[in-house]
Write a protein of this length. Structure first.
Length: 270
């Protein structure tokens, strides 16, 4: 699997947990494994407007917003991250660029997210797609964008109660599986299997995975108890879906992000 990365995404830091160390540690650890890296091209405005409103794009462009955990940054960074997701979709790769995206809705931002990178990539492909969101947090932005779509199936396994407080029930084409603090591997994999069954019934042309490693037992934000080998098992389960796949990094706030990503990739590729 090819890794999509550009060190430009390490240039900004706003003093909170979504810092450069996340992508940097992932890059360093995955580089040691011998995986092939490619540099992404930034998304264009027209790509962003596939899923976001013009007003939202301009708020981010001109910094006309205030959100405590999503401070004003140069628009080039979310454009680069969105472009990395697009490139990952094109090659069946894994984008480890930041900022993340799944809390950004059609006309709102939040939770460290400005543009919804994976949603932009899915919309740009124009393919019937299942989005599997396995970040510890519900992807309220992704659900907002695709709720009711006949061409996109959204599935999320997440902790509840937890930010942003959504995803408590399933709606239309959005399947939500809120699980309690302290969830262990066996329970998690049981719900993952439910997601895979729904994806199989949907028969997508593509699988997009919003991957958050904040489900790891040593993560500073999440309260699930997954271990390194859990991600290999997750990858193995996903690999059984016989459809093109790509991955985009969402959360994950330990120094082990690269090691966990490598375990996932090992599982996917067998």
């Amino acid at each position: 699997m090819k890794i999509v990365f550009d060190s430009t995404c390490l240039e900004y830091s706003k003093g909170h947990v979504e810092g450069p160390y996340r992508s940097e540690s992932a890059f360093e650890q995955l580089k040691e494994s011998g995986l092939h890296f490619i540099k992404p091209k930034p998304a264009a405005e027209k790509d962003v407007l596939l899923v976001h409103t013009k007003d939202h794009f301009e708020r981010v462009k001109f910094g006309k917003y205030w959100e405590e955990e999503t401070p004003v940054i140069d628009i080039k960074y979310p454009l680069l991250s969105a472009g990395a997701a697009i490139n990952a979709a094109e090659i069946g790769g894994f984008s480890i660029c930041r900022p993340p995206g799944h809390h950004a809705g059609r006309h709102f931002l939040g939770g460290f997210c400005y543009f919804n990178s994976i949603a932009i990539a899915v919309a740009k492909t124009g393919k019937k797609t299942a989005i599997l969101d396995i970040d510890i947090h519900h992807g309220n932005g992704t659900q907002d964008i695709f709720l009711g779509s006949k061409d996109v199936l959204y599935l999320s396994i997440h902790e509840s109660p937890q930010y942003p407080g959504t995803g408590l029930v399933s709606e239309k084409n959005c399947f939500n599986f809120p699980l309690p603090s302290g969830t262990k591997e066996d329970t998690y994999l049981k719900y993952l299997q439910k997601c895979i069954q729904e994806i199989s019934k949907f028969k997508p042309e593509m699988l997009a995975v919003s991957i958050g490693f904040d489900t790891y037992c040593q993560d500073s934000i999440g309260n699930f108890l997954l271990k390194e080998e859990s991600y290999k098992k997750i990858g193995e389960a996903i690999s059984k879906l016989n459809t093109p796949k790509f991955f985009a990094l969402e959360g994950g706030y330990s120094e082990e992000v690269g090691k966990l990503a490598l375990a996932l990739i090992t599982g996917v590729e067998g």
